[in-house]
Design a protein around this ligand. Structure first.
Ligand code: EPZ
Length: 417
């Protein structure tokens, strides 16, 4: 089980190149199930979650050849519609194969993904929407068993009861090959969904956001292959921006796009950071003193839940008290107990965390519990005096490409042991 050791207290200075977005690459990879043609995808990050998705698609009969940062994707003539528990349980996003398999083959058997550290992660919104499009779905032996009468989904007018990134992606992909028009109301606005929509329209689909949170899809008979380069990862960018802030350093994030980070930049400016766009990305300068700022996570374009744990690391060393409220997931505070091991003063009350900033953190042995919580421990370790050892770093490898290399290039004393 890999560990990471950090000797904290260094001011980070330098540049970090932001990798392709995990949460854009995952649904785009799944969209290859919608065509029999060859596709290629560039700027794919080398992450555990991407490897898991490749394994899942290969198990369904999709051939994938990697050449550096490019993937060449070739669907075989006989695609299996059974997504096995062994693969699905490793990553929630596996449920995204449900819509495409139903749309293309009229049947699917997809293991329920099961919960994870941050919550039960139900898929009822996905299932109810597919039912409205004519699919018959039942949950049996831990699997979603689905079929479509005469193998053709029918477009429907669907209103999501709550905003869901995955359900929006699943239904958009299903609707591309459905008969007629589908409208999705209360659709998620994340930019990774727009990257998926760009790919689907390159394939010959007809998908568009008709107004703020409504997406319309005119079903077509078949789709072509695609060639695309994945958008940059805004959550990775936000995480490293906070590394500059917590070490009072200065980092240029190459390829980061300000337009996807508006609310994060607003928050970091209020915290005291100096942020400006450059020709190649975004430059962040951390403040000498971090201001205590209350924050509540929201659906996009609000402050992203995927940066909540990282913000909590900042507030742990802010100059006063602050409150962070998590409004998206029911259990996304696993990092509190670990941050407290550094000496942070944080109390959890339901969906709120009350933080009293302290002067210094002390290095500690800590445990990564989920992907983004583990990056908040990295941030605390970069700030803390002395050595920090982070256990179970496979969580980090799910979402951060070459993390140690990128941080040590900016002067961090960090290594994998
Ligand atoms: C996506 O997960 C992201 N994952 C998550 O990033 C991100 O935290 C989340 O969106 C919210 O932004 C990928 O894109 C691969 P949701 P997803 O459906 O689609 C509830 C990371 O760190 N819900 O928007 O699973 C759900 O329980 C990951 O990269 C239902 O109740 O999230 C949650 O409370 C972590 N029923 C809320 O909606 C459903 O059928 C938002 O979930 C579906 C979701």
């Amino acid at each position: 089980m890999d560990k990471i050791s950090i000797l904290g207290g260094k001011t980070l200075e330098g540049t970090i190149t932001i990798s392709g977005s995990k949460n854009a690459a995952l649904p785009i990879l799944v969209s290859s199930l919608l065509t029999r043609e060859i596709s290629n995808l560039d700027n794919v990050p080398n992450l555990l979650d991407i490897t898991t998705m490749k394994e899942l698609l290969i198990s369904l009969g999709i051939k994938i050849v990697a050449k550096e940062k490019s993937l060449f994707i070739e669907p075989s003539n006989n695609i299996s519609t059974h997504a096995d528990y062994e693969l699905v349980r490793k990553m929630r996003a596996s449920v995204l194969v449900l819509g495409p398999l139903l749309a293309r083959f009229g049947e699917a058997e997809v293991s329920l993904p099961g919960g994870c550290a941050i919550g039960s992660r139900p898929v009822d919104i996905h299932i109810n929407a597919l039912k409205k499009m004519g699919a018959k779905l039942e949950i049996k032996d831990g699997y979603i068993k689905a079929s479509v009468p005469n193998k053709k989904l029918v477009g429907a007018d669907i209103t999501f009861p709550k905003v869901s990134v995955g359900a929006t992606e699943n239904i958009i992909m299903a609707a591309c090959l459905a008969k007629g028009k589908t409208i999705i109301r209360n659709a998620a606005l994340e930019p990774e969904i727009d990257d998926l929509i760009t790919v689907l329209n390159k394939m010959g689909a007809n998908v568009y956001r008709s107004d703020s949170n409504k997406i319309e899809v005119e079903g077509v008979i078949s789709l072509k292959g695609f060639s695309h380069s994945v958008m940059p990862d805004r959550i990775e960018a936000g995480t490293y921006a906070m590394a500059a802030v917590i070490t009072a350093g200065r980092i240029e994030l190459l390829k980061a796009e300000e337009k996807y980070l508006k609310n994060v930049i607003k928050y970091l400016n209020r915290v005291g950071a100096k942020i400006e766009s450059t020709n190649n990305g975004i430059n962040i300068e951390g403040p000498k003193v971090i201001k205590n700022i209350d924050m509540k996570t929201e659906v996009y374009p609000g402050f992203p839940t995927d940066l909540q744990a990282q913000a909590m690391a900042l507030m742990s060393v802010a100059e006063g008290s602050s409150v962070i409220e998590e409004s998206i997931f029911e259990n996304r505070f696993m990092h509190i107990a670990e941050l407290v091991r550094f000496g942070a003063n944080i109390k959890n009350e339901g969906v709120k965390a009350h933080i009293v900033g302290c002067k210094a953190l002390n290095g500690a042995q800590v445990m990564a519990t989920d992907l983004r919580a583990s990056s908040s421990l990295i941030l605390a370790g970069l700030r803390a005096e002395g050595e920090t050892i982070i256990n179970r770093v496979y969580h980090l490898d799910r979402g951060y490409e070459n993390l140690e290399k990128k941080l040590s290039m900016c002067g961090a004393n960090i290594r994998r042991i």
